[in-house]
Design a protein around this ligand. Structure first.
Ligand code: CTP
Length: 411
């Protein structure tokens, strides 16, 4: 008799639910994660049970929902059992209070104790009112967690509980489940191991005088998400960014960050780092024109000034001209009309290996959004649509194409 082949292990997701109104969406998330084939073990904080009861989660999950560190009839030490057996811990929604407790390393309930007792990756999905989301304390706590390697899925903007609008809404359960699938995809693991990836992010700022700058609306989020995901996929990552590092855009400690301001500074950094890179990604919105800047502050009483614009170096084109053998170069294009037509003409002129095109005139797409919808155009002018999803999930799609191009190049 032939020995039976062992069943592939079902990935185990611990789903932490904390006490916010979006806790109701975690019920749907539980169902979606089960449908995707994961084992789901829910942990509710005591406050979460004020919004949704553990019975609901127990009915949908793979094992009963747990709330307390004590009196568990199935195991005497639930936090180590859950922490050590998890393949991923997802906290959705993650409240401001929970984020603060986690950042401090507290272990005063089952969820925080489990987070201390794990080596599994952790994904936080914050949800709260905009005022809370924008508090420096919340952002600094998230920055601390990000530096430690915690993946944070940015909340979306939209209508919040109470009817007001702004950033802080929990992404839809389908979007969270799709990101979880990417993180747990075993065949993605290490696809960029041993590769050096250099990424630019954010909008450049060109000085007009010592006070004013000419800039654009890029937040740097897509480039930062790419850096984070590339590091997760095993790459050595260098990130050249204009984004503020004091807020939640802070990145994992193993990503080398170079802060720049102007197109000239970005050119210098990118061209120098690219000499050793396997992959270069120009996600930044680089100014096409700098300003012949005044050395002293322009004064209103001197009348309406005329700005003299000077062209900047096209970094992407220069990178392509100087490309190392086998190097993969990715460009971005933010378009507002004739999106595909402009994208096709851009990949023809820029001659990069992959062009990520987005239609910034669409709702939820591009600048300053947590989500993105893109077209990926390759050198054969094949076009693939990546529908609206989180910037982290879009990053997984881009980087898996990059990994495939690296492998093709090596053959
Ligand atoms: N880019 C660059 N250097 C510049 C301007 C753009 O490297 N001085 C890069 C961007 O990072 C992006 C790509 O070129 O990856 C396309 O940028 P985009 O602004 O869309 O295209 P442009 O060539 O500037 O053309 P236009 O603004 O006219 O659409």
């Amino acid at each position: 008799m032939k020995p039976s082949t062992p069943e592939p292990a079902v990935p185990r997701v611990v789903l932490g639910v904390t006490g916010g109104i979006a806790a109701y969406k975690a019920v749907e998330l539980t169902r979606r994660l089960r449908e995707a084939g994961f084992h789901v073990a829910p942990i509710l904080t005591p406050d979460a049970t004020r919004f949704v009861g553990p019975v609901t989660f127990s009915a949908l999950a793979s094992e009963p929902a747990r709330v307390s560190l004590y009196d568990d009839t199935t195991t005497p030490i639930p936090h180590t059992y859950l922490g050590q057996t998890a393949d991923l811990i997802v906290v959705a929604p993650a409240t401001a209070h929970f984020i603060a407790r986690y950042a401090m390393g507290l272990a005063d309930d089952l969820l925080t104790a489990t987070l201390l007792a794990t080596r599994a990756p952790v994904l936080l999905c914050p949800a709260m009112h905009t005022e809370m989301w924008e508090q420096p304390s919340v952002q600094e706590n998230l920055a601390t967690l990000r530096r430690r390697g915690v993946l944070v899925m940015e909340p979306e903007s939209g209508v919040l509980a109470g009817g007001d609008e702004g950033a802080g809404r929990l992404p839809e359960p389908a979007a969270i489940a799709s990101l979880v699938e990417h993180i747990l995809q075993k065949n993605d693991e290490g696809i960029l191991s041993g590769r050096r990836v250099v990424i630019s992010a954010g909008g450049t700022r060109e000085p007009i005088d010592p006070v004013r700058v000419l800039s654009n609306r890029s937040s740097g989020r897509q480039g930062h998400a790419l850096a984070e995901v590339a590091a997760r996929l095993g790459a050595t990552v260098q990130l050249v960014t204009t984004a503020s590092l004091s807020l939640a855009l802070d990145v994992r400690g193993d990503i080398e960050v170079l802060k720049v301001e102007t197109a000239a500074e970005m050119s210098e950094a990118m061209l120098s780092l690219a000499t050793l890179a396997d992959v270069v990604i120009m996600a930044a919105a680089v100014a096409d024109f700098g300003v012949l800047a005044s050395t002293s502050k322009m004064k209103k009483q001197d009348g309406v000034p005329s700005l003299v614009l000077v062209p900047t170096l096209d970094i992407l084109t220069t990178l392509v001209e100087k490309r190392r053998d086998g190097q993969i170069i990715v460009g971005f294009a933010a378009e507002s009309d004739h999106v595909l037509e402009n994208g096709l003409s851009k990949i023809r002129t820029k001659q990069c290996d992959l062009l990520v095109v987005n239609d910034v005139s669409k709702e939820g797409v591009g600048f300053d959004h947590a989500t993105n919808e893109v077209f990926l155009i390759d050198r054969d002018e094949d076009i693939e649509t990546i529908s609206l999803r989180s910037k982290e999930a879009v990053s997984y799609e881009i980087l898996s194409r990059v990994a495939a191009l690296l492998t093709q190049g090596a053959q």
